[in-house]
Design a protein around this ligand. Structure first.
Ligand SMILES: Cc1ncc(COP(=O)(O)O)c(C=O)c1O
Length: 357
């Protein structure tokens, strides 16, 4: 009988709860108002030839490279950051190699790494979900071939100081260090400028969050030119579809749209954190477009109570160190107002949280 590889048979199934997402979707850290209207206009103008032809990445890659201030040879457009992670794993990992990740974090690092047969070493986050740089350095061995770091991290919103990232890069010259900046726009600090001086550094960015293009599946991976030539070998030349390629230049050109959305998210994040403080709920200050909140034992009642009030939030209580925690994405101003009303109401309906009103 045909059998999948042993490493694949051992993988846990990963089913994000995507079905029936009716309501204000504050459960997947997406852009809650959609993309720039310029993108929709571009979509309407698409001609059949553009769909009939295989997609050509290069000219859009040049534009993205200019936008990011890097050389096109250092950059690859990918089918979301998900594919960037997959390609890094395929390029660098052999069965038995070690991969270091600090948990809780984004699930796809472990999935793609474990699928290669590599040994994934999970290191618990430090106090307040801080990045335990010394613990990571202590676990480094000559077998370590990948260290994946979400900065800001999902689901905690915590960030790693740049000096710590640089320490890791220097301490692990034979490992790929992937700094996943999916939430960069909401934070503003980047390691992109350090790619030139660190041949083992890869920086990933996505257009799924601030740019509102999650459905198009487009992201970007930047790294040392020689390393990127290796990464390109394992990818499909047609990994990014023609519709995404046609739309991306419009999305990039409308920086006012992104700035406005990011400003609203940052303001909403502050408002939400303020509200959580006054509701006496434990939360972790976030640099991303979401906040992790400890609801306690009744986290599933809370998620249900919010759903009944038309708002979807994500139960993260099974993530390591996240007992009783729920992650709430932040959107535009009016949506934050709605969120806060529902949140107060859900918390006061004591059945949801047990927190005194
Ligand atoms: C840290 C992190 N990286 C990557 C992704 C996925 O990005 P993309 O939609 O570009 O595949 C997510 C999505 O939630 C994320 O949280």
């Amino acid at each position: 009988m045909l059998e999948a590889r042993a490493a694949v048979r051992k993988l846990k199934e990963y089913h994000p709860p995507l079905g029936g997402r009716v309501g204000l979707r504050l459960d997947f850290n997406e852009n809650t108002v959609g993309c720039s209207p310029r993108v929709l206009e571009r979509l309407r103008q698409l001609q059949f030839e553009q769909l009939a032809r295989y997609p050509e990445r290069e000219s859009v890659e040049r534009q993205v490279a200019t936008h990011l201030g890097v050389d096109p040879v250092q950059l690859l457009l990918t089918n979301g950051v998900d594919e960037a992670i997959h390609l890094i794993c395929e390029t660098y990992l052999e069965p038995g190699d070690e991969v270091l990740i600090v948990v809780p974090t984004f699930s796809m690092y472990e999935i793609y790494a474990a699928a290669t047969g590599a040994h994934v070493i999970t290191i618990p986050a430090g106090a307040e979900f801080s990045y335990p740089t010394d613990d990571v350095l202590a676990r480094l061995s000559p077998h370590a071939r990948l260290i994946a770091i979400a900065n800001p991290n999902n689901p905690t919103g915590a960030v790693v100081p740049k000096s710590d990232l640089l320490r890791i890069l220097r301490a692990a010259p034979n490992a790929a260090v992937l700094v996943d900046e999916a939430y960069f726009d909401f934070h503003g600090e980047s390691l992109l400028a350090d790619v030139a001086s660190h041949p083992n550094l890869f920086v990933a960015r996505t257009f799924s969050k601030a740019y509102g293009l999650a459905g198009l599946r487009i992201g970007v991976l930047v790294g040392n030119a020689a390393q990127m030539a290796m990464v390109r070998r394992v990818g499909s030349p047609y990994n990014v579809n023609a519709v995404a390629l046609a739309c991306l230049p419009e999305a990039l050109a409308d920086q006012d749209y992104v700035r406005q959305y990011v400003a609203e998210v940052r303001q909403g994040r502050e408002q939400l954190e303020q509200e959580l403080r006054s509701l006496k709920l434990r939360f972790w200050p976030s640099q991303a477009n979401f906040v992790l909140v400890r609801i306690g034992e009744r986290h599933d009642n809370f998620v249900r109570a919010m759903r009944e009030r038309g708002i979807l939030v994500r139960d993260r209580s099974r993530d390591p160190g996240c007992d009783g925690c729920v992650r709430i994405s932040v959107g535009a101003n009016a949506q934050t107002e709605r969120l806060i009303v529902a949140l107060r109401d859900a918390v006061r309906s004591k059945a949801a949280t047990g927190v005194p009103a």
